[in-house]
Design a protein around this ligand. Structure first.
Ligand SMILES: [Zn+2]
Length: 243
């Protein structure tokens, strides 16, 4: 991925999905206004310029934290649309990383560390310090949103909290180009069979249903255009984590 594209992708994720984590880095009403005008102008460069300067937390920021977060979120939602996401990934025709929070792969494709076959990758949300639990030992993944890696049509959903061959609550999206993506172990799925979803659309919340030992997102890429249903390494298709 080109450096410029990567930077923009990072900034987008930064603004959109990690807002509650990064907001303490910003400070004061002036900065909030500056971000808002940058977002109004839909200028990725100006947003990056602002973010790259870095702002440290102060007491005023803490006091106005909630207001700041909601303001950022409102602006970011206005800013975040399919066209904007496509600008990030269109260059390399990649799928979007399905988790917007800072996250990492704990178990990769095609084997678990114990040698068992693994048809996808397991993604955990982590804090800025890289840990996947908070100071109370609670999972940072649980309840966090995940999103469609490409636009498509939802072809299969189970949202009944049952085992479902180990997937628990899951959904499968057909992207119309011979690829499908699957998202499993959800706390809940927001979409229904037959729904059209857009790139980057939030489609569920990470959970621990089915065969899991801790809340995480199991993500698969499947190839179907040759009549088979081959599971392939998602890392060959998806953008890298951008936060
Ligand atoms: Zn898995």
């Amino acid at each position: 991925m080109a450096a410029g594209i990567k930077i923009i992708a990072t900034v987008m994720s930064f603004l959109i999905v990690s807002i509650s984590e990064v907001a303490p880095w910003f400070s004061s009403e002036n900065i909030k206004n500056e971000v808002n005008s940058a977002l109004e102008a839909i200028s990725l460069e100006s947003v990056f310029g602002f973010v790259s300067e870095g702002y440290m937390v102060d007491e005023e920021t803490i006091a106005s934290y909630e207001e700041l977060v909601s303001s950022f979120r409102d602006s970011a939602e206005k800013f975040m649309n399919e066209e904007a996401v496509r600008k990030i990934i269109i260059t390399d025709d990649e799928m979007l990383w399905p988790v917007g929070h800072k996250s990492e792969v704990v178990s990769g494709f095609p084997y678990y560390s114990n040698g068992g076959v693994h048809h996808g990758i397991d993604i955990f949300v982590t804090g800025l310090d890289g840990r996947n639990r908070d100071e109370n030992g609670d999972s940072l993944s649980y309840g966090k949103p995940f999103r469609a890696a490409q636009s498509g049509v939802v072809v299969n959903v189970c949202n009944d909290n049952k085992w479902n061959t180990g997937f628990g609550n899951y959904c499968l999206i057909d992207h119309g180009d011979g690829t499908q993506t699957l998202y499993a172990h959800a706390r809940t799925i927001y979409v229904s069979e037959g729904d059209t979803v857009s790139l980057g659309q939030t489609i569920g919340e990470i959970g621990d249903t089915g065969n899991t030992t801790a809340p995480h997102l199991h993500f698969e890429v499947r190839i179907t255009d040759d009549g088979s249903c081959r599971r392939v390494d998602p890392m060959d298709y998806v953008s890298e984590p951008t936060v």
